[in-house]
Design a protein around this ligand. Structure first.
Ligand SMILES: *Cc1c(COP(=O)(O)O)cnc(C)c1O
Length: 379
């Protein structure tokens, strides 16, 4: 085949490291996406996106859009709320905060169900909040809060939502195609993801996966956006097999290749690879004395948010730059008022890449005279 491309190890929370075969899948003859050939490519991709979460193809569909992952948060929130009804947002991280901002932007009323950023939400309080607010039609939660690594119990949240006759939307952008999900058993009505994360594809393609019957019902809900409306895009796909407007053509060819690689690796094999990566991340952190923000029992096992040490020589940018120049990208954390950086177990990497990373990171600490083991003042 073709020349290998410089391999960077991305430990940021997406886009993630891709294989060369996925990168080269973008190099295809020019094609007009209105051709039949392209429509059949789209159909295969939509079917496979439902298959990843074990959805019954009679009940569930995948609706792709051109945009980054946030577009799916926007689409589900603006398209699936009936007039005069409310959303309840389980708010415990940077991404559920973003969901609140989207609802503010559309002037859609919501209950801001604020919870600790460090541990799963109280299900009793959720039940109570829904009892007190019978006008809630949609419960929204982030599966994996990527800013901190917190994992939310979506199956239980979905069950409580359904008990109160609300639908359940969950942002699975940073868990889909990594943590095994069963859309029906997990009580999910709609979930979402983006090609640059779990499937290890390119940026620019994102998808909502959910119930056909509910999309059809949403036809009569207020149209709050023209470009980002779930029903309009779904209807166009059903009629023509195509995206309503120009799709990200080359990204879609890469997604096809990435999906093939996903299925040949296998759901449980892929999930255990991610676990090997996170174990290697934790081993290195422990060895160098770095502490995490969250208890491991509350983590997704896909992101480790590490506290900045209390060391006058610690300078995230300097350590970042040292690692970056050597092919490793680390990323700042996203929790209010707490200095942290993140190491993410996403992408086409494995434990040995992490071992190489820790060698470089340790050298960066030495170069900057940061104390090893890392020092923290209060415990
Ligand atoms: C990455 C991510 C998104 C989407 O972010 P974009 O920058 O728009 O791609 C949404 N939700 C979660 C939980 C994410 O991790």
């Amino acid at each position: 085949m073709t020349k290998p491309i410089k391999r960077n190890i991305l430990l940021n929370p997406g886009p993630s490291t891709t294989t060369d075969t996925v990168k080269y899948a973008q190099i295809v003859p020019d094609i007009c996406p209105r051709e039949e050939e392209f429509a059949s490519l789209m159909k295969g991709i939509r079917d496979d996106l439902v298959k990843i979460v074990h959805g019954d193809p009679k009940k569930y569909t995948a609706v792709p859009f051109c945009g980054s992952g946030t577009i799916c948060m926007d689409i589900t929130l603006n398209s699936l709320v009936p007039e005069e009804k409310k959303v309840l947002v389980v708010h415990n991280g940077a991404y559920s905060e973003r969901a609140c901002e989207i609802l503010d932007g559309y002037h859609i009323p919501y209950i801001d169900f604020k919870q600790s950023l460090y541990e799963p939400p109280s299900l009793d309080e959720l039940d109570k909040a829904l009892n007190e607010n019978p006008d809630v039609a949609v419960v929204y939660a982030t599966h994996h809060e990527t800013g901190s690594g917190l994992l939310n119990p979506i199956r239980e949240i979905g069950r409580i939502a359904h008990k109160h006759d609300a639908i359940f939307i969950t942002d699975t952008t940073s868990s889909y195609a990594m943590i095994p999900i069963d859309i029906e058993k997990d009580n999910i009505d709609f979930c979402m993801a983006s090609a640059q994360k779990g499937i290890q594809g390119m940026t620019g393609l994102s998808y909502v996966i959910g119930r056909k019957d509910l999309i059809n019902i949403s036809k009569d809900y207020p149209t709050r956006s023209y470009y980002c409306n779930l029903y309009l895009q779904y209807e166009f796909f059903e009629k023509t097999g195509q995206m309503h407007f120009t799709p990200p053509v080359q990204t879609i060819y890469a997604a096809r290749q990435a999906l093939d690689e996903y299925f040949s690796e296998g759901e449980s094999e892929k999930w255990s690879r991610h676990q090997h990566i996170i174990s290697a991340i934790r081993e290195g952190a422990d060895r160098l004395g770095f502490k995490e923000l969250l208890d491991r029992k509350n983590q997704s096992s896909l992101v480790s948010a590490i506290r900045y040490p209390d060391d006058p020589n610690w300078d995230f940018d300097k350590v970042h730059d040292y690692c970056y120049e050597r092919g490793f990208t680390i990323y700042p954390g996203k929790l209010e008022n707490t200095g942290s950086f993140r190491l993410c177990a996403l992408g086409a990497i494995d434990a040995p890449d992490i071992e190489s990373f820790w060698e470089v990171f340790e050298a960066a600490l030495k170069e900057n005279r940061v104390q090893i083991p890392a020092k923290y003042t209060e415990e």
